[in-house]
Design a protein around this ligand. Structure first.
Ligand code: PXG
Length: 442
């Protein structure tokens, strides 16, 4: 069935699609009807190689047997349990297993249903923690230009993507932003971690001097910024941020919604960079994208600071109806089993060099002005068409889809983040297809 025919039989109008060019899509729909391992199946029966793990989430690949079975079993056994003042065993088992994966002292886990909720949760815990330890004047939150922290009001406030902010009013007050670290003049075509730019961390000092440390609760950054086009932190940058936060009584939050669960070749970016924040936000890969779920990891000192006062009292006035949903917990436990059995949380480290070599092989393609990579993440930045920003990369996306390859684009940047089960042959296939795409678009 052609796209046009299916759009006539199924009315596509009612669904207001998220972060989508609705009118373009509805004229030429691109529909997935199945998925297995590294591939999607389209409504017209084609196989599409998934170079984006869905939306950076299907780290174990698609429709993996253990996860499918666990979800099927759980829905028949315990479909839902109240999340407040009641529990179910898998929630505790999952929290303990997750805590064991994280470096100490990040040993407590608060469950959410998405990355955006994880970010809101972490920001709220940071504010409440400062108040709990007698630092109630610390109410400011610091983010970074070009940061993406989801779409809640907290996340867009600390986030630094102009289009995600400009139409939504004044958002949270008391927020400031550090400079981003992207420096193509010095770092273009860096392989892995760029050499130049540790000094961008000193921008936090400027902000601290402007507002005074006694007003700042927390700093939130993505260790590797994903959505805004894969910005890899310069050598020494994250270490310096940690130092400045420590020196000034400020909590450091890593948003690991993308980097968590093996993307860089270690379970979390905090392991990869050897920098331990006070809070870590996660989602996506926690269930390999199968069921919505997020988790915020908290340092023990933070959890302990709330465990005071009368024991019958609620310590943190925060939570969601679906926090630690039984089906999400079952999916997450089976996902962790799959990651462990197949060594997926470290597999990207074995493939990283091969990935990097293949990706940088596209340097000579038309309009390529930068290539960046880390673990199993890659980005290819294109020169925008004069007066038509984003159009060139969007054409690449459409052409790649027609050629059986799913990529993501943001601005004029192509972002790649395949499932961690990818083979070397499939890595070759991605770059061969991309070469053809880049050579054939305007
Ligand atoms: N933090 C980070 C760092 C993210 O990347 C979120 C929070 C929000 O997660 P939820 O689950 O609320 O969407 C994200 C989400 C892309 C893309 O292609 C990235 C995300 C989502 C959709 C697309 O860059 N990141």
């Amino acid at each position: 069935m052609s796209g046009a025919a299916s759009s006539q039989t199924n009315n596509l109008e009612a669904f207001w699609m998220p972060f989508t060019a609705n009118r373009q899509f509805k004229q030429n729909p691109r529909m997935f009807v199945g998925a297995k391992d590294m591939h999607y199946t389209t409504s017209d029966g084609r196989q599409v190689l998934d170079a984006t793990a869905g939306l950076w989430c299907c780290n174990a690949g698609h429709s993996r047997p253990k996860v499918v079975e666990a979800v099927q079993k759980q829905v028949a056994e315990l479909d839902y349990a109240p999340a407040f003042q009641m529990g179910h065993p898998k929630a505790f088992e999952l929290a303990a297993r997750l805590a064991a994966l994280m470096p100490k002292p990040l040993d407590h886990v608060f469950f959410t249903n998405s990355g955006s909720e994880s970010v809101d949760t972490a920001l709220k815990i940071a504010l409440a923690y400062q108040r709990a330890i007698g630092q109630g004047t610390r109410t400011r939150l610091i983010g970074r230009e070009r940061g993406y922290h989801g779409v809640g009001f907290g996340g867009i406030s600390v986030g630094g993507i102009v289009s995600n902010r400009k139409t939504f009013g004044t958002m949270l007050t008391g927020v400031d932003h550090m400079r981003h670290t992207h420096d193509p003049a010095r770092n273009a075509f860096s392989r892995g971690i760029p050499e130049n730019g540790a000094e961008y961390a000193e921008d936090l000092i400027r902000i601290i001097q402007l507002h005074d440390p006694s007003t700042i609760a927390a700093v939130i950054v993505e260790p590797v910024a994903g959505s805004t086009g894969v910005l890899i932190p310069p050598k020494g940058y994250l270490e310096r941020l940690r130092q400045i936060c420590d020196d000034n009584g400020i909590l450091l939050i890593f948003d690991e919604v993308i980097t968590g669960f093996g993307r860089l070749g270690s379970p979390f970016a905090t392991d990869f960079f050897g920098v331990t924040p006070d809070l870590v936000t996660t989602a996506k890969g926690i269930t390999s994208g199968v069921i919505p779920m997020g988790a915020v990891f908290c340092a023990s000192k933070i959890y302990e600071a709330f465990m005071t006062g009368p024991e019958h009292m609620i310590e943190l006035f925060h939570g969601y109806t679906y926090s630690a949903h039984p089906i999400a917990c079952a999916a997450a436990l089976a996902t962790l089993d799959t990651y462990e059995e197949e060594g997926l949380l470290t597999r990207a480290s074995e493939l990283a060099q091969y990935w990097e070599d293949g990706l940088h092989g596209l340097k000579d393609c038309p309009n390529v002005i930068d290539i960046r990579n880390l673990g199993l993440i890659g980005a290819i930045e294109l020169t925008p068409i004069d007066g038509q920003p984003t159009k060139r990369a969007f054409s690449a996306f459409l052409k790649a889809y027609d050629d059986g390859l799913l990529i993501r684009t943001t601005g004029d940047i192509i972002a790649l983040s395949p499932p961690l089960i990818i083979s070397k042959t499939q890595i070759d296939e991605i770059f061969e297809k991309l070469r053809k795409v880049l050579n054939s678009i305007d």
